[in-house]
Design a protein around this ligand. Structure first.
Ligand code: AMP
Length: 286
């Protein structure tokens, strides 16, 4: 017994949340695809700090996988996830099955323009439509007042913030910092797919990003730093760099210098696993 109440039906979830809200309680939701690690648990901790009730959702959303093999290989560890949540005393672990989320005849897609054409969106067709659709459903099903997302998926954080605002969903989206392994690798459920050997060069992605951020703070143009950064990532053993970009925090437009709040974002393939990362870049002062 994990001790965390697991609900699998939307109506049961809605009944529980109605009761809490009637009592004036603040409800938080932490959407996940499971295979929980310290990154996910940091969101749960953040939610527990400011909410009276916390719902963690676990749903491996088929609509956001642009590659069937990736969906098939995605780690599924529900019992272990429930055990990891037990010490946090979350109120509900909501594990809807596919039929709850996408019943026969399901025909609606939520699509956020602009923000989703670039970075991961350019490399993973349909990914952000899948994310936006499932997150909209989870916001509406949970009726949460606050929703907690990681900066690890920075573009996703911007997309869900925008959709809540555009669709007048009364939820506050709260972004939480990226949690890393000791060597700097951003924690990710996909890291489980790396063999011990493939795991060795994984932190290079973050190392290179930090060095580029330092170069930018010394006034170097991003154009000068990018090619060397990509070459270093490839020579460490990554097989492909999908992107290595400097972008504006608010609208993700391309920058050549951090002359407004900026972020470095990268995605690269290591041993058949696609790793993503991003870091803030200190603003250049003139
Ligand atoms: P996922 O299960 O990968 O869909 O992630 C669920 C939530 O956890 C998303 O909001 C992610 O951004 C967040 N998350 C994943 N990894 C990390 C991390 N290393 N640090 C902080 N948040 C994370």
């Amino acid at each position: 017994m994990s001790g965390v109440p697991i609900l699998r039906s939307r109506t049961d979830l809605q009944k529980a949340v109605r009761g809490w809200k009637a009592a004036g309680e603040v409800v938080g939701v932490v959407p996940t695809m499971g295979a929980l690690h310290q990154g996910h648990l940091s969101l749960v901790r953040a939610a527990k700090e400011v909410c009276d009730r916390v719902v963690v959702t676990l749903f491996v959303n088929p609509k956001q996988f642009n590659n069937p093999e990736d969906l098939e290989n995605y780690p599924r560890t529900e019992a272990g996830d429930a055990a990891k949540l037990a010490p946090f005393k979350v109120d509900v672990l909501y594990v809807p099955d596919g039929g709850q989320m996408y019943p026969d005849g399901f025909a609606t897609t939520v699509s956020v323009e602009g923000l989703t054409n670039v970075l991961c969106g350019a490399h993973r067709p349909g990914h952000f439509d899948g994310v936006a659709t499932v997150v909209t459903k989870l916001f509406l099903q949970s009726g949460a007042d606050k929703a907690f997302f990681g900066e690890k998926d920075y573009q996703q954080l911007q997309v869900v913030t925008r959709l809540a605002r555009d669709l007048d969903i009364p939820v506050e989206v709260v972004g939480c910092p990226t949690i890393r392994e000791e060597d700097g690798l951003a924690m990710s459920s996909r890291n489980l797919l790396l063999s011990d050997r493939a795991r060795i060069p994984a932190p290079v992605l973050h190392e290179v990003m930090q060095d580029v951020a330092k170069g930018l703070s010394r006034g170097k143009a991003f154009g000068e730093l990018k090619a060397a950064a990509e070459a270093r990532i490839l020579s460490a053993g990554f097989t492909k760099v999908d992107y290595f970009d400097l972008r504006a925090c608010d609208d993700l437009s391309v920058l050549d210098a951090p002359d407004r709040p900026a972020r470095l974002l990268a995605a690269a393939w290591l041993a058949g696993v696609r790793l993503i990362d991003n870091i803030a870049v200190p603003a250049l002062l003139d």
